[in-house]
Design a protein around this ligand. Structure first.
Ligand code: IVH
Length: 666
């Protein structure tokens, strides 16, 4: 039996942590420092380690770590999650207001709440006595999928409601939208591009795809957030108005959108619409309109619903950045990792002011889902500023002459076999010119070797003429080679030769990134370079050595290891060096007190959070590692050290107490 005092303390800690989460993630107004927050977390972790019977799925320590599922269970919504009727212009919005008044047999103005219509994924969160018990997707409105463990990983979703100010109801079903911010979405896609994974078409797909993962670790790694905008069933509390609901949410720790507004009549709503339409481009997330809701709940009840939409609410859409056009052909495009993307070539149209003639179809699964055929009339859209995509086929425009498209079984460029890995088709040709072109493009790109002027058209010619068979060949090009190419004047040839010359000296991190190693994006390259500052060492590092680097797992380690073991890659790097490519190796900061020393931390430190301690070491010129090996100089031991301490003893590595560590850095 756990002593009552401990149980109380655990509960208290969870409440505190939830409250500070809310201050930090929802209000963006933390009341305590990260170190103080870490201390609360550590105390809770420690108590839970000692008394595992006290662990509950809603403990803030349990956001990540649930085992992967086989499939999602079905959840039936107590109250169906309806959809919204749409309006596309002011007349239609005014018609809605007229309908409401007519139905209610009133001529008085109606008070509305106007909200951004967030472009994400609708979810329902069920809280019982303040505890988050089930979370689900909207599904078909009646039945959704149980995605509880994925939603638990989203920091803006409270695992238990705050009860400091307002009592929590017996049961509360909250509805909201899970979204991904645009910059986070772009960063995610950039990373996926670097690692050869298929890109998400838009933030909504990225959010939906991330939430519907069987392994919640994947969801946890995605930058998702929520805005709550309504309720389903509520037991043990009534609300008079929708505004009251939205005002109460934050008191329970539920995040609402900052742009919600109460409007006294339809004119104020239209004013809000114009304002939001103007603000839209500057918001950090995508919205596709506003939602108008009758404020008074009693009026909502009287209005009821029709055709699976409430009579009391309306989606007033912004003009879409969509257009209609025709698909002329579909071409399979081979990228640098061999991944093949089907691209639709279309009759050019202007979408949101930009002329578009190509759109991505992502992959075969997407083609099948949309049933896109060559010759089809389709709706395309530009989401954010990413590549346009085909969103829908207008099947009524079919003539019968449309042709289905199948991904090729041989690479369209090199004729090597194509294999299918999950949704991605991949060319496995070792000498595929398309892959080579992609690799060169990546190698020369701004964030890699930064060779100005070495663009797609030039790369195409260089590869097609056999002048460049490997990235190293770039540095053996002579001006005469270039002048012989199409539309290449003496001056431009010289400029390119100069740019190639100027790119020769690069920091190790850029060079590693430029090599295009699978799974090594910019950040990973930087981490690697910081940890292993000598290029030559990479030829000798084992997978285990590589996994020493914070954040590098087995998959990345295997990929790096394999890359440097490959004979062709070795030769290529040798030839790069011979041509004068110089890699600037980061020098261990000699001045730093801890220069050349590697630290590992285990157990809870009293005076610092983990990240804080790591930053300290690095700011003093030292390195940190996540696991103990012979290469580690010190293991700093806090309270409740893990197996790392045993390993350190086994290897005879110097062990420091927190006090000793503090002395060392002071
Ligand atoms: S209220 C009955 N409010 O729009 C009320 N929905 O077409 C139904 N949505 O599935 C929802 N922002 O995904 C509501 N502020 C907002 C919204 C919103 C986005 C989405 C939601 C829903 C769809 C309805």
């Amino acid at each position: 039996m756990v002593a009552e005092a401990i149980r109380k303390r655990v509960e208290k800690l969870r409440e505190e942590i939830e409250y500070h989460n809310y201050r930090y993630y929802v209000l963006d107004q933390p009341e305590i420092s990260d170190a103080q927050y870490d201390r609360l977390m550590r105390e809770l972790q420690k108590l839970e380690e000692e008394h595992p019977e006290l662990i509950t799925p809603n403990s803030p320590t349990q956001r990540v770590g649930a085992p992967p599922l086989e499939e999602f269970e079905i959840v039936r919504h107590t109250i169906p999650m309806l959809s919204l009727a749409n309006a596309f212009d002011e007349t239609e919005a005014r018609d809605f207001d007229k309908r409401v008044k007519k139905f209610l047999e009133t001529s008085s103005e109606i008070t509305y709440v106007a909200e951004p219509k967030l472009d994400g994924l609708a979810v329902e969160l069920v809280y019982e006595r303040g505890q988050f018990i089930v979370g689900s997707t909207r599904g078909d409105g009646v039945n959704g999928e149980n995605i509880t463990q994925n939603l638990r990983t989203i920091k803006t979703i409270p695992l238990q409601l705050i009860r400091k100010e307002v009592p929590v109801p017996e049961r509360l079903e909250v509805r909201g939208e899970v979204i991904m911010q645009l910059d986070k979405f772009r960063a995610l896609n950039r990373k996926r591009e670097e690692t050869g994974e298929p890109l998400f078409a838009n933030p909504r797909n990225a959010a939906a795809g991330s939430v519907r993962q069987l392994d919640s670790k994947v969801t946890a790694s995605r930058p998702l957030e929520i805005y709550c905008y309504g309720v389903g069933e509520v037991r043990g509390r009534t609300f008079k108005t929708h505004w009251e609901i939205l005002q109460t949410f934050p008191k329970w720790g539920l995040r609402t959108n900052p742009h919600i507004r109460r409007c006294q009549n339809i004119d104020e709503v239209l004013e809000y619409y114009r304002e939001m339409n103007e603000k839209r481009e500057r918001l950090p997330y995508e919205i596709d309109g506003i939602v108008i809701k009758v404020d008074r709940i009693d009026l909502q009840m009287r209005l009821g619903e029709i055709a699976r939409s409430p009579r009391w609410a309306l989606a007033f859409k912004f003009k879409p950045k969509q257009e209609t056009t025709r698909i002329l052909k579909i071409i399979p495009q081979v990228g640098r990792t061999g991944a093949i993307t089907p691209v639709a070539v279309m009759e050019p149209v202007k979408v949101g002011g930009v002329e578009v003639s190509r759109a991505t179809l992502h992959n075969q699964d997407e083609i099948d889902r949309l049933d896109v055929r060559i010759g089809d009339t389709v709706i395309i859209q530009r989401a954010g500023d990413v590549i346009p995509e085909v969103v829908q086929v207008i099947t009524s425009k079919r003539t019968g002459k449309e042709k289905r498209f199948e991904m090729p079984s041989k690479c369209p460029v090199c004729n090597a076999d194509v294999i299918k890995e999950e949704a991605i088709h991949r060319c496995i040709g070792l000498d595929c010119p398309a892959q080579l072109k992609g690799r060169i493009k990546h190698f020369a790109s701004k964030r890699a070797m930064d060779i100005e002027g070495l663009g797609v058209k030039l790369i195409d010619q260089l590869v097609d003429k056999g002048l460049v068979k490997d990235v190293a060949d770039i540095y053996y090009l002579k001006k005469d080679h270039l002048i012989a190419l199409e539309r290449m004047a003496d001056k431009s040839a010289q400029n390119i030769i100069d740019a190639i010359e100027a790119s020769k000296t690069k920091p190790l991190s850029k060079f590693l990134f430029a090599l295009g190693i699978r799974h090594v994006g910019e950040t990973t390259a930087e981490d690697l370079a910081r940890h292993f500052p000598r290029l030559d060492d990479f030829f000798r590092l084992s997978e285990e050595d590589l996994m020493q680097v914070e954040g590098i797992g087995p998959e990345v380690a295997a990929s790096v290891h394999q890359f440097f073991r490959d004979k062709k890659n070795k030769e290529s790097i040798e030839r790069l060096k011979k041509a004068g490519v110089k890699v600037i190796e980061p020098k261990p900061r000699e001045k730093g007190k801890l220069a050349g020393k590697t630290f590992v931390f285990t157990g809870a430190l009293q005076s610092f959070g983990r990240d804080e301690a790591r930053n300290l070491v690095e700011s003093l010129g030292g390195l940190t590692a996540s696991s103990v090996s012979k290469k580690v100089d010190y293991v700093v031991v806090g309270q409740d050290p893990g197996s790392k301490l045993d390993k350190a003893k086994e290897l005879g590595i110097k062990i420091l107490s927190e006090e000793e560590f503090k002395k060392m850095i002071s």
